[in-house]
Design a protein around this ligand. Structure first.
Ligand code: NAP
Length: 280
């Protein structure tokens, strides 16, 4: 089956499907099977990370799928412990060896780790790795406007993507405005709030029922209409297909407003504020 997912063009011309597959916890042979199924169902963007320890699983699924490599968008992320320039370059190479790929389509700095303070060096390594042909598009994850300003000021290169926590309980309105003003695409992590109580939310249920859709589909449609790329993770073949079946209905302005109204300042699901939280 071909892909039916609309695409969004990044500031460097690379195109991303507006829905991709999150792969956190998809590992080993079961993970490979899940990812192969997802590709067969139409997923083209696969979101991985060095720290998920599943770049090998993703690479194996890519080789087992019948979709040509160049039609897939494979993403990974640089861990915090490798932010100094030389370590970052080696980690990017190691990421490629693990996946047995010649290049990543998208590579992100996973967290800014502002107290550690080496993220500009890490960014320079991504800029160079792109020049060397190891990465097609470079971006970041969990960067606040201050961190992005610093990258842009010190290197002149604006990230193509910022992957951030974004779901109905935490809709990141200000951060999205900043991205829009700087031509950065917003990518939503934990778009379904990690499958928490939001998947039983009464307000979203009523909207979903009106459209004959599930709560998950309604939330993923909301992400599309916000202009964000989302990467729901599902190990289940049926739920993977369900999560892609969101291009045959539209939420009206009032419905968008109702879902936006669920956002709360303390809505982060794991209390990971990038101003203080660091991950290595
Ligand atoms: N950059 C970062 O710092 C960062 C942080 C967190 C996550 N991420 C990325 O974002 C991806 C997605 O985030 P996430 O995995 O935390 O959470 P998520 O995608 O919001 O939710 C995944 C959970 O929802 C369930 N689910 C999926 N589709 C469903 C459906 N249609 N109906 C009911 N339940 C459904 C899944 O269970 P089943 O698998 O059983 O379907 C799983 O338990 C990750 O996999 C990772 O790639 C990035």
């Amino acid at each position: 089956m071909g892909s039916i997912i609309p695409e969004i063009t990044l500031n460097d011309g690379v195109k991303l499907p507006v829905v991709g597959l999150g792969t956190y916890t998809l590992r080993g042979s079961e993970g490979v099977q899940s990812i192969v199924h997802a590709i067969r169902s139409g997923y083209r963007l696969l979101d991985s990370a060095y720290n998920y320890e599943n770049e090998g699983t993703v690479g194996e699924a890519v080789r087992r799928s019948t979709v040509p490599r160049e039609e897939l968008i494979i993403a990974s992320k640089l861990p915090g412990r490798y932010h100094t320039y030389d370590k970052a370059v080696k980690a990017i190479q190691e990421s490629l060896y693990r996946a047995q790929l010649d290049y990543y389509d998208l590579y992100l700095i996973h967290w800014p780790n502002p107290n550690q303070g080496h993220y500009v060096e890490a960014w320079q390594a991504l800029i160079d790795a792109k020049k060397w042909g190891l990465i097609r598009s470079i971006g970041v994850s969990n960067f606040l406007p201050d961190h992005l300003d610093r990258l842009i000021e010190q290197t002149g290169v604006t990230p193509s993507v910022n992957q951030i926590e974004l779901h109905p309980l935490f809709n990141q309105a200000e951060q999205r405005q900043y991205h829009e003003a700087h031509g950065i695409v917003t990518e939503s992590w934990s778009p379904l709030a990690h499958g928490n109580e939001v998947l039983n939310h009464e307000t979203i249920r009523q909207i979903a029922e009106r459209h004959g859709k599930s709560i998950s589909q309604t939330i993923l449609r909301w992400h599309v209409q916000l202009g964000a790329v989302s990467i729901p993770k599902s190990a289940s073949a049926a739920r993977q297909v369900e999560n892609l079946s969101i291009f045959d209905f539209t939420l009206d302005e009032e419905e968008m407003k109702q879902i936006n109204g669920l956002s709360r300042p303390d809505g982060r699901i794991r209390n990971q504020d990038p101003a203080v939280y660091e991950e290595f």
